[in-house]
Design a protein around this ligand. Structure first.
Ligand SMILES: Cc1ncc(C[n+]2csc(CCOP(=O)(O)OP(=O)(O)O)c2C)c(N)n1
Length: 393
């Protein structure tokens, strides 16, 4: 053996470059089959109460998406982005976490907030940017955040949240907390420098963070790159010395189990874990996008008809005798009613006052912002009819 500062290394006289692949694709962890049949009992079993709660939340998320999407189409809110096709990722991972675990989301994970108790009224208040919105109306719709629920405000600047999650995880470790952080991102996010910096720091600092990649096939109109078509995401995790797993992102029980175990390892062994969930973005990227312009309608319909995670989970709970059509109809109609009511309330609440635009960053407002505030008030007062009447000046 050769002695190097980094440790002993074996010697060979045969010149061999290490292959970029071992020739076999990384397998995808599944618990439920396509028809909701249990393939094998998983380590963490999900009982009736939890399973029903998971299903109810997935349905609520679907209904929420449908109604807010329509509200945007009616011009009542400026923007919306659905989670369609990724309901299992949202809800099953939420179910496997503890309330103390801090979430650093991208923008396609409102289901975690829903699971933690963010009310439909709170979702509506944010989308309408009214005075009851936690963010005081300063962000576009869907940029939810809740201090109380350990859900850091959505950052739509792709992949910046990964670095924040690593720093926060390191701090949880220093404080010896029984908690981890989890951060979500799409396959597109793995092309950023921040992704690599975050994985590198997490591995070096041994930070208890779970990197959760939603590999949904598309980054707006860009299909997954050739590198990621292979084993790109999990291999990148491995390259940084991070234990990684690939799971079926449309299998709620597989996700629940993978996140549960990832959390256990991250906290007890103080190190990062990477999960790649294979799924499909079944909706448009957002309301600013028409995905039929760049992908075949048949592809979208095939995923919606045959791979939807919600009916797949429903088949499993149906098979256990835990659910029926009557309860399903009642649930959907009740969530729908609550949402329509929440939207009406949110729409009629005043917007935050103009002064709120300038607070919460500086202790003392710098002169340039004081000047902007003065000008804004003057302009609104002089052109009152061009500004909405529900914004207190
Ligand atoms: C740094 C940065 N670059 C570009 C954008 C524009 N942008 C918004 S979403 C998006 C695609 C992200 O795709 P992915 O990470 O796969 O997530 P998905 O939308 O598929 O869930 C891009 C390029 C952005 N928000 N931030």
């Amino acid at each position: 053996d050769l002695d190097f500062p980094g440790g002993k290394v074996g010697i060979t006289s045969q010149m061999r470059f290490i292959s970029e692949t071992n020739g076999r694709r990384v397998e995808c962890y599944r618990v439920l089959g396509d028809d909701g049949e249990l393939l094998k009992n998983p380590p963490m079993q999900v009982g009736e109460v939890l399973a029903v709660k998971m299903y109810e939340n997935m349905v609520a998320l679907q209904v929420m998406d449908t109604i807010f999407y329509e509200a945007q189409r009616q011009g009542r809110i400026s923007f919306y982005l659905t989670t369609m096709g990724e309901e299992a990722i949202n809800i099953a991972s939420a179910a496997a976490l503890s309330a103390d675990d801090v979430i650093f989301p991208q923008y396609r994970e409102p289901g975690l907030l829903l699971w933690r108790g963010f009310t439909l009224q709170e979702f509506a208040n944010q989308c309408f940017g009214n005075k009851a919105d936690n963010g005081k109306g300063r962000q576009m719709p869907i940029h939810y955040g809740s201090n109380k629920l350990n859900y850091v405000t959505v950052s739509s600047t792709v992949a910046t949240q990964l670095l924040h999650a690593v720093g926060a995880a390191y701090s949880l470790k220093m404080d010896n907390k029984n908690a981890c952080t989890i951060t979500y991102f799409g396959d597109g996010g793995t092309s950023t420098g921040d992704f690599h910096a975050a994985l590198n720091f997490a591995a070096v600092l041994e930070a208890p963070v779970i990197f959760f990649c939603r590999n949904n096939g598309w980054a707006i109109s860009t299909p997954i790159s050739d590198q990621l078509r292979g084993d790109g995401v999990v291999v990148r995790g491995q390259a940084y010395g991070i234990e990684s797993i690939r799971v079926d992102g449309n299998d709620a029980l597989a996700i629940y189990n993978a996140v549960h175990e990832a959390r256990r390892i991250a906290i007890s062994e103080k190190r990062p874990i990477l999960i790649e969930a294979l799924t499909y973005r079944a909706g448009h990227h957002s309301t600013s996008d028409d995905s039929t312009k760049y992908r075949p309608l048949e592809e979208i319909e095939w995923w919606r008809k045959t791979r939807d995670p919600v009916p797949r989970f429903r088949k499993w709970i149906d098979g256990n005798g835990w659910w029926n059509d009557h309860r399903d109809l009642e649930l959907r109609s009740s969530v729908r009613k609550q949402l329509l009511q929440a939207i009406q309330v949110a729409e009629n609440l005043d917007k935050p006052p103009v002064a709120d635009l300038f607070t919460d960053v500086y202790d003392v407002l710098p002169p340039n912002l004081q000047e902007q505030e003065r000008l804004l008030r003057k302009t609104i007062t002089e052109h009152r009819k061009d500004y909405p009447t529900n914004i207190p000046v």
